[in-house]
Design a protein. Structure first.
Length: 229
């Protein structure tokens, strides 16, 4: 469940891209102006960028995005088909470049390729825990865990960086999104639900630890580093 920042001011094109990405299981924030998109850069996994923006030149926006998020994958989507613009965008940091009109299937394939290149395959293994975002499956010692979409996303976030302490605010952003307007105590509720499904005792946890006053972390599970494949 990658977070895609879609910066496109054309309502028809934007709707088609938004729908196609959502159907592939991505979480999409569609911004029609650069100012809206700048607020979302911090939590995006990939940026798709139209160069013809109403409030900022697209190349200028990409330069700013590269300053804020140096490793964020960027896919340019534009009607500008001259070689000079394409070469310049690639030279200053774009990862890929598509000229409108283009095939939606090719667009989805290129997004998937950029995500694989940046973050590895969607399958991760940490100790006895294996998670696969394509099949939405989670196995613990070979036993299938029956997780809701939110439970899966929360556990995957913790497992992606074992040992790291995540604050409630960070988990809200990653799992529920910046638009979530509820209390951050929802994190506690879902952590308790995960613990029950993992068979984890909060008084003596093997998997998820509460770091008082800070947040939660997944134990390193025999000090294994996460493996993606």
């Amino acid at each position: 469940m990658s977070k895609i920042l879609l910066l496109e001011d054309d309502p028809q094109v934007g709707q088609v891209l938004y729908t196609a990405l959502e159907q592939k299981g991505h979480r999409v924030f569609w911004a029609k102006k650069a100012g809206e998109a700048l607020e979302r850069l911090a939590t995006a996994d990939l940026l798709t960028l139209d160069l013809g923006l109403p409030d900022m030149d697209g190349v200028e926006f990409m330069t700013e995005a590269r300053r804020v998020r140096p490793r964020l994958p960027v896919l340019i989507l534009t009607a500008r088909d001259d070689e000079e613009t394409k070469v310049y965008c690639l030279e200053i940091g774009a990862d890929d470049y598509m000229t409108k009109p283009f095939s939606i299937n090719e667009f989805i394939a290129r997004v998937a390729a950029l995500l694989r290149r940046a973050y590895g395959a969607p399958k991760i293994k940490v100790g006895p825990l294996t998670m696969d975002t394509h099949s939405h499956s989670a196995l613990l010692d070979g036993r299938q865990l029956k997780l809701s979409k939110t439970e899966f996303s929360l556990l995957y976030t913790l497992a992606s960086n074992p040992g790291r302490v995540w604050s409630r605010g960070e988990l809200i952003e990653r799992v529920w999104g910046l638009d979530f307007d509820g209390t951050d105590r929802v994190v506690d509720v879902y952590i308790n639900m995960l613990r029950k499904k993992l068979g984890d005792d909060p008084r003596s946890p093997e998997f998820i630890e509460t770091v008082i006053g800070v947040g939660y972390r997944l134990f390193e599970l025999k000090r294994s580093n996460p493996t993606v494949f």
